[in-house]
Design a protein around this ligand. Structure first.
Ligand SMILES: Cc1ncc(COP(=O)(O)O)c(C=O)c1O
Length: 461
């Protein structure tokens, strides 16, 4: 066993490249490889005096797994390289957009060509029509689409639209679902029985979140009760059709169909927040995969191919409320800029080629199956799942059907697993409650190397 571990470690190219301190001696081989983070630590330390908490988005700070974050230098394919020269197999993919692999040659070439013609017009361009057509053709619920520059913007605009269209104020969201950081969505998630929302962050007026009702994911009965208790007041229901922000939690068909039925019955808008799932779960997003069609859809991440893009779209009747077609105001200086449209168009074009989603499904399913089996064989309580290129594992018996159940998992063990995988050259999202992502660039060899790394880590956590 020891000799097998030695050969695996010394043969792992990601351990040998650019990190001489990780070329461990035969004697030291059973100790965890030491990760050289000297430059990462120096840069992050300086960042703490320049940026709040040293980052521009909180999860990047590694607070929930401990240890210092890795500072990236470059990315390519499914690999990322840090400022100390360590290379990792990456399962974060820039939090979703890098579905074709980082710095994909075709996407890069398209961006460079467009750059010569200008990055931002602030005026209509034909590229907006091209991307809009691709979205409308692929996403069943979308007749008309408005581009924004982030998922947050898409979701807060969709929320305003739900309210404008129905002339009602209240909305229902689910515990553990994240829809960006607009005030109305920052609600302290109550567990168990559905509760009235309280602000989750200072600075959010209680009056704003008083209109946000919460229910447990995969529990349509709670939603029906909320509609009963708030007759004629609920504008709509918003959800991640597959949860990624509470860890990977798939919906039951009964839940999705139940939401569809109750919204139709109550004259409320059903909004799928597909910022994470759009063009990742399938060519027509989660709504096509499950065959449940919402009234409104929010998009982001993949749709911008690595540049900042969000979008919301839906039925013509609802979207015709949006300014200047209608009275609901929403705008954006960089919305629909030609550079971001170009990256989105090329990314969707690549994803439209035969075999793309089959590849994502195959490598991801294999990854989760083998990692969970290895964890269980090493005596850890583990469960996990995947759909296409989105996945998650929990350190608990499972199955996990809601955020409340996800919270049963052993987060301290996840933190040790996360650090161990970093030391082995695998970059995972730094939280138990984040989904993982694969890309078209992940090969069977990458999966094998990841599973072997996980086996070594399971043996020592
Ligand atoms: C489901 C979902 N909605 C909305 C957002 C917000 O998107 P952005 O970070 O682009 O503002 C995210 C971000 O992770 C998300 O996962």
């Amino acid at each position: 066993m020891a000799s097998m571990m030695l050969s695996q470690k010394t043969c792992n190219p990601s351990l040998l490249r650019g990190n001489s301190r990780r070329q461990v001696s035969v004697k030291a081989v059973q100790a965890p490889p030491k990760l050289n983070q000297v430059n990462s630590e120096r840069i992050f330390s300086e960042a703490q005096s320049l940026l709040p908490g040293g980052v521009n988005s909180p999860v990047r700070a590694f607070r929930s797994v401990g240890g210092k974050p890795i500072v990236f230098d470059s990315v390519k394919g499914c690999k990322v390289t840090d400022v100390d020269g360590n290379t990792y197999i990456d399962y974060v993919g820039s939090w979703g957009p890098a579905i074709c692999g980082h710095a994909n040659d075709e996407v890069n070439a398209a961006i460079v060509a467009q750059l010569q013609k200008g990055a931002s017009f602030g005026a209509p361009c034909e590229l907006e029509n091209t991307l809009a057509r691709m979205v409308i053709e692929r996403v069943p619920s979308v007749d008309i689409v408005r581009f924004t520059s982030s998922g947050t913007e898409a979701c807060l605009s969709a929320l305003r639209l739900m309210r404008a269209y129905t002339k009602r104020d209240k909305i229902i969201k689910f515990v553990g679902c994240y829809h960006g950081h607009a005030d109305s969505f920052l609600v302290k998630a109550g567990s168990g029985v559905a509760t009235l929302g309280l602000p989750d962050s200072p600075g959010v007026p209680a009056g704003t979140t008083a209109h946000t009702l919460t229910a447990s994911y995969n529990n349509v009965e709670e939603v029906k009760q909320l509609f009963e208790q708030n007759k004629g007041q609920i504008a709509g229901v918003i959800l991640e059709p597959v949860v990624g922000n509470g860890g990977f939690i798939p919906p039951s068909m009964e839940f999705l169909q139940g939401l569809r039925d109750v919204c139709t019955q109550e004259g409320a808008v059903l909004c799928f927040d597909e910022v994470m799932t759009c063009f990742r779960i399938s060519k027509g997003c989660a709504q096509e995969y499950f065959g449940v069609i919402p009234d409104l859809t929010c998009m982001g991440k993949v749709i911008g191919g690595g540049l900042p893009v969000g979008a919301y779209g839906g039925k013509k009747e609802i979207m015709s409320m949006v300014s200047p077609a209608g009275p609901m105001y929403q705008a954006g200086t960089l919305s629909g800029n030609p550079l971001a449209m170009t990256a989105g168009i090329k990314t969707l074009e690549i994803l439209g080629r035969p075999g793309a989603y089959e590849h994502l499904q195959r490598v991801t399913e294999r990854l989760v199956k083998e990692v969970v089996a290895a964890g269980q064989a090493a005596g850890h309580e583990m469960c996990g799942g995947s759909i296409s290129g989105m996945f998650g594992v929990f350190f608990c018996k499972g199955p996990v059907r809601s955020f409340e159940e996800a919270q049963q998992s052993d987060t301290a063990k996840f933190a040790r697993f996360h650090r161990g995988m970093l030391e082995e050259g695998v970059y995972l999202a730094p939280s138990q409650f984040e989904a993982g992502f694969t890309s078209l660039a992940h090969t069977d060899e990458d999966i094998t190397n990841t599973v072997e790394a996980a086996k070594r880590v399971f043996a020592r956590i």
